[in-house]
Design a protein around this ligand. Structure first.
Ligand SMILES: C[S@@+](CC[C@H](N)C(=O)[O-])C[C@H]1O[C@@H](n2cnc3c(N)ncnc32)[C@H](O)[C@@H]1O
Length: 331
């Protein structure tokens, strides 16, 4: 099968694009994970856990790839910079005429537990939903927002999904929900799946999941901070999804081993941190042995594919978690 050609999203990142820079993306990044978002009421400064690369990828997906065959799912937008990139991309997309409520955003929209990203937000009620609405106020027609616990919601099976942006796979249960509700609605040969937690230790099941379904998705690339993105080649059947969800820890670890073996070196070291983290509660000695195999400083000439900084921070966090677990259980 011929490899998919996807649009060049790098042209929307000023410092990557050189002379081919396209300034249409109305989001500038004055510093890492800080964004100046242009709105009709002026510039709004807002944080996002996404990098400028990931923001540009979202913009490009909605502007240059999307053709309206399905919906755009925006799962876990928090303050909504990524949503804004999708909405701007949809607005700038010349080939799609029906744009109303094509972006479906899902989040708890609560400030608690999200560190400095929400430290100055939601002080009246603990909710950051108004912040999300404000960043996206010029695109209220394009966005359908569903505040609340995703686990309590359902997706209308009549709606196919063309862009599935996942930054919400924070538990195994949420991962299962995503697989049951959204994967069966993907369009073979058309749907993009962006897994924002792939190159990160804490959501290690994302790499195991994509490894299990590797014959159904073509990997298109890895993007610093933490994204792996894919083209859906076959829609996974519900039987296959249920078979995956029935796997035990050992089988999941075997899938992670396969993902590590097949990943580019800089990505593989982060996945190894994820495997060590997964092993902490079940087998601390195996977790320690896995962590000892992590090689620091494995980078890449292309900054987009260089995850050495993520490996360094992930290895440190996992080391601390492991030490705490060992002192608790005296192992
Ligand atoms: C890593 S944060 C997303 C960061 C965001 N994309 C950004 O640009 O900064 C994960 C998000 O998932 C949301 N989330 C976690 N569990 C959820 C659930 N059960 N239902 C709905 N949203 C959930 C959180 O509220 C949070 O905003």
């Amino acid at each position: 099968m011929a490899k998919a050609t996807t649009p060049d999203w790098r042209k929307y990142v000023q410092f990557l694009a050189g002379s081919s820079y396209d300034p249409s993306l109305a989001i500038a990044s004055p510093e890492f994970q800080v964004y100046d978002v242009r709105t009709s009421k002026g510039i709004q400064r807002v944080r996002s856990m996404l990098t400028h690369y990931e923001i540009a990828l979202l913009y490009s997906a909605a502007r240059d790839w999307y053709n309206g065959s399905g919906e755009i799912v925006d799962a876990g937008p928090l303050l909504g910079v990524g949503t804004r990139a999708l909405a701007q991309g949809l607005a700038d997309n010349p080939g799609v005429t029906r744009k109303d409520k094509r972006i479906w955003s899902f989040d708890l929209w609560l400030a608690a537990g999200l560190g400095h990203y929400t430290a100055d937000r939601g002080q009246q009620t603990g909710s950051v939903f108004e912040d999300f609405l404000s960043v996206n106020e010029d695109f209220r027609n394009e966005i359908h927002s569903s505040p609340g616990d995703l686990m309590m919601m359902t997706w209308n099976p009549a709606l196919p999904i063309e862009i599935l942006f996942i930054d919400i796979s924070k538990t195994l249960e949420l991962n299962a929900w995503i697989l049951r509700q959204w994967f069966p609605r993907l369009i073979p040969g058309r749907s993009l799946v962006l897994q924002q937690d792939y190159v990160y230790f804490a959501q290690w099941w994302v790499a195991a999941t994509m490894e299990y379904f590797r014959d159904d998705f073509e990997l298109l690339g890895h993007v610093f901070g933490a994204t792996a993105y894919y083209l859906c080649r076959n829609r996974p059947s519900i039987e296959k999804i249920n078979a995956f969800l029935g796997l035990g820890q050992q089988e999941l670890m075997a899938l992670l081993d396969r993902a590590i073996a097949g990943a580019p070196p800089s990505v593989a070291e982060v996945l190894r941190c994820g495997k060590a983290y997964a092993l902490v509660p079940v087998d601390p000695a195996a977790a320690a042995a896995t962590l000892a195999q992590v090689r620091l400083g494995v980078g890449h000439d292309d900054p987009v594919q260089n995850f050495s900084a993520i490996t360094a921070s992930n290895a440190e966090i996992v080391g601390n978690v492991l030490a705490a677990a060992r002192s608790r259980f005296g192992t």
